[in-house]
Design a protein around this ligand. Structure first.
Ligand code: PEP
Length: 251
């Protein structure tokens, strides 16, 4: 989209120990070594790696992020991690409302919305994920589902500086299946239109990422679609060569 700096964001999910930091080092060095400076890069690592990851990436243009946060700042929530803790550990961004969190933990739109606000309270940018299931797409409900998720998951105070929307059709995540370029164009245009209704003209500058089985071989096609302002990359972000290969779509 004209005037928007694209973002290539990785999501390591529940993958990675100290031994994986070498891949992260290679990702950081890859962006140092001359990938398009106009492209922003981020890797959302497991919280256990965040301190080490942000230290390694601090010498590179690549940022470190978290994958989820609690809505509260602190308290009796065993096993949970607040946005403030992610910020303290070196995160600049946090993913909220990933379909795996929505499905595995029964997270609903209102909670995702509260998590985005929690991210801002801590000074993080929220990457708000939305996307339809295969069943919803087959029934012709994909665009309606996106409308509902935007209405419920994106706070009214979202701005291009504090929020990024990621369109991730659930059936494309980790499956090797991808929508056609025409389907991606339709979904992203729909998302842009709903964001504009909700937020006004600033929505023209908000980044809308595509996510779901992005890899080097399909990145040029998917990331070249109108209203696609970058990618959220799961599996292919675990290998530096793949992640850098995707970012090269912008060269
Ligand atoms: C994701 O889970 O955010 C994702 C896009 O996964 P993958 O790239 O592995 O499909």
């Amino acid at each position: 989209t004209p005037g928007i700096r694209p973002l290539v964001a990785g999501n390591w999910k529940m993958n990675g120990t100290g031994a994986s930091l070498n891949e992260l080092r290679m990702i950081g060095n890859g962006f140092l070594g001359g990938l398009d400076a106009e492209t922003e890069a981020l890797v959302c690592v497991p919280a256990t790696l965040l301190t080490r990851a942000s230290e390694i990436l601090s010498r590179t243009p690549v940022k470190a992020g978290g994958q989820d946060c609690h809505v509260r700042e602190s308290g009796a929530f065993t096993g949970c991690i607040s946005a403030e803790m992610l910020k303290d550990a070196g995160a600049s961004h946090v993913i909220v409302g990933h379909s795996e969190c929505r499905a595995d933990r029964g997270e609903e739109d209102a909670e995702v919305c509260a998590k985005a606000s929690a991210a801002w309270r801590a000074g993080l940018t929220a990457i708000i994920c939305i996307g339809e299931s295969n069943e919803q797409r087959q029934r012709g409900q994909a665009l309606d589902v996106l409308s509902q998720q935007i209405a419920g998951s994106v706070p009214n105070t979202a701005t291009p500086a504090n929020a990024i929307v990621a369109y991730e059709p659930i059936w494309a995540i980790g499956t090797g299946l991808t929508p056609t370029a025409a389907d991606v164009a339709e979904a992203h245009a729909h998302i842009r239109a709903r964001l504009t209704e909700k937020l006004g003209p600033v929505a023209a500058k908000m980044r809308i990422l595509y996510g779901g089985s992005v890899k080097p071989s399909n990145a040029v096609e998917l990331l070249g679609v109108e209203n696609v302002d970058g990618a959220l990359v799961g599996g292919a972000s675990l290998k530096a060569a793949d992640f850098l290969g995707i970012a090269e779509a912008y060269q």
